[in-house]
Ligand binder design. Structure first.
Ligand code: ZN
Length: 477
């Protein structure tokens, strides 16, 4: 019997909160970081991990994933929970899910990661069709909190509300101290720069919101890409006291191909992608784009989802009656790079975090792509930790995560800098992933005090968090 449950030896320990960057040992006991010291006696530890040549960072927190199949992405329950753990994540926020699907996913294929969920708002499914009164909006947000969600996700690019309803949903979430994430777009705008331009008027002077994937609004639909990037940064910077935000670094986007009975695509995003390359925004436009390899859909294999185009893609599209995930290589590297690296006059990042918008989609590339930005010189190693761990923890209000400090949760990701990938993941001191192989099971649901009763009824582990500490409410401090 030693003093420590686990000793991670000789790694480059990186903590953005304290600007610590040193070769050191890190000892874990009872799920917490017990000691960080360059020379801890290995005889005091029950278990050893040699991290020589590797980076030891606070567990990667992905504030934008999709793991509960709410949008029909992936039929195997919990597949996304496996995929995020394989990529090095230790905590994720399911941006638009259902608690029932999430619970089923954790039971079926939980990977040990912590998961918070935002209830998604879809007319006819989670909210009534037709115009919504202020009272019913408040009730809908309250119900999301009661079932255990951290708050709500407004999916403007897919299920837009009027500007007034959108504004009221945000205000209701703020009033009830729920988390609220917004994929921009209302009935008056789209999932583009115009949707972002509308945000100040939706928030007024006091509204607070998490703006999802800023890069997705800088694809050159309205202005040249470089002008869209500059304007997007100006908008986000001007809302610094009211918004938190992330970008993702993947080339492919993901959206839904569903068409109406006349063959017109329903999702604004799909229409934009098709028009960008002069395809018709119809089922035939999608078929042509699949054949040309510009569009892809996904197919489930035993190891996860993979992208498929060509004739096989068309076959799947037809077999699925157009209602399938679609992907287009439309995310500009320029916008991902510039939005990630941009800083304000104080030297602070304008966009807070890197979030994958992946999960059950084959693009969980936060660590891989951020490591490329480090090699390229766009991010310093401690800035990578800020973008992947510290700021995401602050965004959610997780004071015991995102930092490597004695006494805090032993959620840790180890990165192999030569491979540019995560090599180990630990949650609460337990190994959940080793070199891409997921060994974790189950998972802890993050909830608010209002969700505790529902969580107790599930029998699954949960942790109650205080959303007043989330960055959108507490400030950047
Ligand atoms: Zn998303």
């Amino acid at each position: 019997m030693g003093n420590y449950d686990l000793l991670i030896q000789n790694g480059r320990v990186l903590d953005a909160d304290t600007d610590f960057d040193q070769i050191s040992d890190l000892a874990i006991s009872n799920g917490r970081i017990e000691r960080i010291d360059p020379a801890i006696n290995p005889a005091l530890a029950d278990d050893l991990i040699d991290a020589t040549g590797q980076w030891v960072i606070p567990g990667m927190i992905d504030t934008h994933v999709h793991v509960s199949n709410a949008a029909g992405l992936g039929r195997i329950r919990g597949l996304g929970l496996q995929m995020v753990a394989a990529s090095g994540a230790t905590t994720v926020i399911d941006l638009g899910g259902s608690m029932d699907a999430l619970r089923a996913g954790i039971v079926a294929r939980g990977s040990g990661v912590n998961v918070g969920s935002l209830g998604y708002l879809k007319p006819g499914e989670t909210v009534p069709e037709g115009r919504l009164s202020a009272d019913s909006i408040l009730e809908i947000v309250g119900e999301a909190l009661d079932v255990g969600s951290l708050g709500i996700k407004l999916w403007g690019g897919y299920y837009p509300f009027t500007p007034e309803e959108t504004s009221r949903f945000i205000a209701a979430a703020n009033q009830l101290v729920g988390y609220v994430a917004y994929h921009v777009g209302t009935t008056e705008t789209g999932s583009r720069l115009d949707g972002l331009r509308e945000v100040p008027s939706l928030l007024g002077r006091t509204g607070k919101v998490h703006l999802a994937h800023i890069n997705a609004y800088c694809r050159g639909s309205i202005l040249p890409v470089e002008e869209e990037i500059l304007e997007a940064l100006q908008i986000v910077e001007s809302l610094r006291q009211q918004v938190v935000s992330e970008v993702h670094l993947a080339r492919p986007n993901f959206t839904l191909g569903k068409c109406d009975e006349n063959g017109n695509v329903l999702a604004d995003v799909v229409g934009n992608c098709l028009r960008l390359r002069n395809y018709d925004p119809t089922d035939n436009g999608i078929r042509a784009a699949l054949r040309d390899g510009y569009a892809s859909t996904v197919e489930e294999t035993s190891t996860g989802l993979v992208l498929v185009s060509g004739e096989r893609g068309v076959e799947l599209f037809d077999a699925g009656n157009t209602d399938l995930p679609m992907s287009f290589p439309v995310n500009s590297a320029e916008s991902a790079f510039q939005l990630t690296a941009a800083k304000d006059s104080e030297g602070e990042f304008i966009i807070d975090a890197v979030g994958s918008d992946a999960g059950a989609l084959p693009r969980n590339v936060n660590i891989e792509q951020s490591m490329r930005l480090v090699i390229f010189g766009a991010l310093e190693p401690l800035e990578l930790v800020q973008k992947l761990s510290l700021n995401p923890a602050k965004m959610i209000g997780l004071e015991s995560k995102g930092r490597l400090t004695e006494g805090l949760d032993a959620d840790i990701t180890i990165i192999d800098p030569d491979l540019g990938k995560a090599s180990y993941g630990f949650v609460g001191g337990e190994l959940i992933m080793i070199r891409g192989r997921v060994v974790g099971r189950g998972g802890t649901i993050l909830t608010t005090p209002r969700g505790e009763r529902a969580m107790e009824a599930t029998g699954l582990p949960f942790e109650t968090i205080d959303i007043t500490k989330a960055m959108m409410y507490s400030g950047r401090g």
